[in-house]
Design a protein around this ligand. Structure first.
Ligand code: SAM
Ligand code: GLN
Length: 302
């Protein structure tokens, strides 16, 4: 069925997202207004921003272009593709999976549903790692590779090892390693936590492990709960199980004076700091993210 929408601001609420739509003259402004309403109704947090980013992506332009050309007409092909993107977003698929990319530390990464979408708060972990100027560093549970790769880009002399238990995630990381030209210095290894580092001693070990308790599943946004890999998020009944294992085992793979740095969830920082202290780490410190939440715990092994 083809719908003709003359007055976008009044008729849109009656349009179901599953119906194709068409306007005699659809301008960039019309589409953004329409998309915003659809996404708002679907419960998306940032409907305008997302409608704009999806449209900019389909048009192959930057977001600023939309503001500079509000009256530009959009052809039917663009309209159809944008409609498909909008439907996916209205089903709460993360924007990054629809766009196939996400920004992290100012770099662009390929992302697919096989990897966690890089989070801005994880940039704290990268800053902390880079500040230590390691010559050798491992990123445990690398996902898209965002931490390992930004460290490698920021420290051109560093040798980096990036591990994950998920082969599918490592395929995405491989693509990103090549995309950022660090394939010679970032080695990807598959295996359980620190097992791939057998026989190695490094300056720094970083990890953003799964730390969401199974009991929190229902409180997560649909984007996270229904679309991101469970293996990247959930730590079963003991949300600190990975931190516990890292605290107990990382020192076998650190040189003397090396640092362990881990990301933690809301309210976990103190408990993880205690885990590191009990395991013999010194100078244990909690670093806050931009929201003032304790986000990274670091400690020095002797
Ligand atoms: N480092 C990426 C980031 O910060 O965006 C991804 C972090 S995600 C929270 C956790 C990652 O750990 C996932 O890629 C998941 O596949 C991996 N993982 C889960 N269990 C693991 C295990 N036992 N050993 C190694 N990696 C594991
Ligand atoms: N920060 C993620 C979230 O928003 C969780 C990532 C993790 O478990 N390491 O749920």
């Amino acid at each position: 069925m083809l719908l003709l929408l003359r007055d976008i601001s009044h008729s849109l609420y009656t349009v179901r997202i599953s119906q194709p739509f068409m306007l005699a003259t659809m301008t960039i402004n019309h589409l953004i207004a329409y998309g915003m309403q659809v996404l708002q109704q679907a419960g998306v947090d940032t409907p305008r921003l997302d409608a704009e980013l999806l449209l900019a992506n389909v048009l192959g332009v930057g977001r600023a272009y939309l503001y500079a050309h509000p009256e530009e007409e959009v052809d039917a092909g663009v309209l159809q593709e944008w409609q498909r993107h909008l439907e996916r977003r209205a089903r709460r698929e993360p924007l990054a999976y629809i766009l196939g990319k996400a920004e992290f530390c100012g770099l662009e990464f390929t992302v697919t549903p096989d990897v966690l979408v890089p989070r801005p708060e994880t940039e704290v972990l990268v800053e902390a790692a880079v500040a230590r100027q390691p010559a050798t560093i491992a990123d445990i549970g690398t996902g898209s590779g965002c931490i390992a790769i930004t460290v490698a880009v920021n420290l051109p002399q560093a040798q980096v090892w990036a591990t994950d238990i998920s082969e599918a995630a490592l395929r995405v990381a491989r693509e990103n390693v090549e995309r950022h030209g660090v394939a010679g210095r970032v080695r990807l290894l598959q295996g359980d936590l620190l097992q791939p580092l057998t026989g190695m001693r490094l300056d720094v070990i970083v990890s953003n492990p799964p730390y969401v308790a199974e009991s929190e599943r229902l409180s997560l946004q649909p984007e996270v709960r229904e679309w991101e890999p469970s293996q990247a998020l959930f730590a079963g009944d003991d949300p600190l199980q990975f931190h516990r294992r890292l605290a107990a085992e990382a020192h076998f793979h650190l040189r003397e004076g090396g640092w362990l740095m881990v990301e933690v969830g809301l309210g976990q920082a103190e408990a993880v700091a205690s885990l590191l202290e009990e395991a013999g780490y010194q100078q244990v410190r909690i670093l806050n993210d931009l929201a003032g939440i304790g986000r990274v715990v670091e400690g020095r092994y002797r």
